[in-house]
Design a protein around this ligand. Structure first.
Ligand SMILES: NC(=O)c1ccc[n+]([C@@H]2O[C@H](COP(=O)([O-])OP(=O)(O)OC[C@H]3O[C@@H](n4cnc5c(N)ncnc54)[C@H](OP(=O)(O)O)[C@@H]3O)[C@@H](O)[C@H]2O)c1
Length: 293
């Protein structure tokens, strides 16, 4: 069994980005600029945005954090999005989700200029990526593809089972893995809460991508000997052994599943760190106008 070290790979990619940014600056180019909008004070969102801002600093990007209180109106938020769309210095920006209930997330996503949509959530980017056109691919699926690529895991013709069909993880990764591509060409089954005989479907998989948000859902009995396991789940579970009183738990029962696998991602330190570097990569692509001229 080989552990897929997302922390190590993400550090390597950050160094690659930092070198490229340094060269761009040396050549008199503009410094890439990522902006993030954060609404309210949700603990998880504060942490994620904090990590994103810190990662920008590490690679030499400019970052801007725009904060609103929970009671911000949808109109005010949409006006700020328009402002960022029109700000020539900002190459890309994200609106940290989830948003308070009185704001339509879909309206917010669709208000972002697709050329600056470095989260890859806008329907234009989703649609372009589905038919294999250059696009901003959402960060978590892009990070998974990068991990499979860097560990030279062969996906062609493999039975791949994706657990979960969300717009940000399950659906896009299932599409990417089924595409005609170097990391792709897999035979993909997408599972969800209405799937029957899920244990049997999993037991037939060469690759399982678990993105359910259900801690330790995937057990050893559901995993074929030699399978590749990518655990996307990150649920805060109460713990008496940590200072914080909780621990981040994946969707895979790691201790019993790991001995059966050829490759497996840990939680934390697997997919999570890759999500942030994928956002940095998208911002670099936006700054270089590699996707949209
Ligand atoms: N590491 C990272 O960077 C990263 C990034 C994003 C998300 N995550 C984590 O990944 C997990 C999934 O996130 P998400 O946003 O994709 O979640 P989500 O929107 O809640 O979607 C969960 C999906 O799993 C399916 N599901 C839930 N319980 C199931 C069960 N018992 N059997 C079969 N299917 C089941 C749901 O089916 P239905 O569609 O039928 O409801 C749904 O499609 C969460 O733990 C999240 O925190 C991590």
């Amino acid at each position: 069994m080989q552990l897929i070290d997302g922390k190590k790979i993400s550090d390597e990619i950050k160094q690659e980005i930092a070198q490229e940014v340094a060269q761009m600056k040396k050549n008199g180019g503009k410094t890439p600029h990522l902006a993030a909008i954060l609404v309210g004070h949700d603990g998880g969102s504060e942490t994620y945005v904090g990590h994103k801002v810190k990662a920008c600093e590490q690679v030499g990007f400019v970052s801007t954090l725009v904060r609103f209180e929970d009671d911000v109106t949808e109109a005010t938020l949409l006006a700020k999005i328009q402002e960022l769309n029109n700000d020539a210095d900002v190459d890309g920006f994200i609106v940290q989700l989830p948003l308070p209930k009185h704001i339509s997330e879909q309206k917010v996503i669709e208000a972002i200029d697709p050329r600056k949509d470095v989260d890859g959530f806008h329907p234009v980017n989703v649609g372009r990526s589905v038919i294999g056109l250059p696009s901003f691919v959402s960060a978590t699926p892009a990070g998974i593809i990068e991990l499979l690529s860097r560990y030279k895991i062969d996906t062609a013709g493999k039975n791949c089972v994706v657990l979960g069909r969300s717009n940000i993880v399950g659906r896009p990764i299932s599409i990417l893995l089924s595409q005609k591509a170097k990391v792709g060409d897999a035979t993909v089954t997408v599972c969800h809460s209405r799937t029957r005989n899920l244990d049997q479907v999993c037991a037939n998989a060469d690759i399982i991508i678990a993105a359910l948000g259900s801690p330790e859902f995937v057990k050893a009995s559901m995993v074929k000997e030699g399978a590749v396991i990518i655990d996307v789940g990150t649920t805060r579970v109460k713990s008496e052994t940590t200072k914080t009183g909780w621990k981040l738990t994946g969707d895979v029962k790691f201790d019993e599943v790991a001995p059966r696998c050829s490759f497996i991602t840990p939680v934390p330190g697997g997919v999570g760190p890759m999500t942030i570097v994928s956002l940095l990569k998208n911002t670099l692509l936006a700054a270089k106008k590699d996707i949209y001229k």
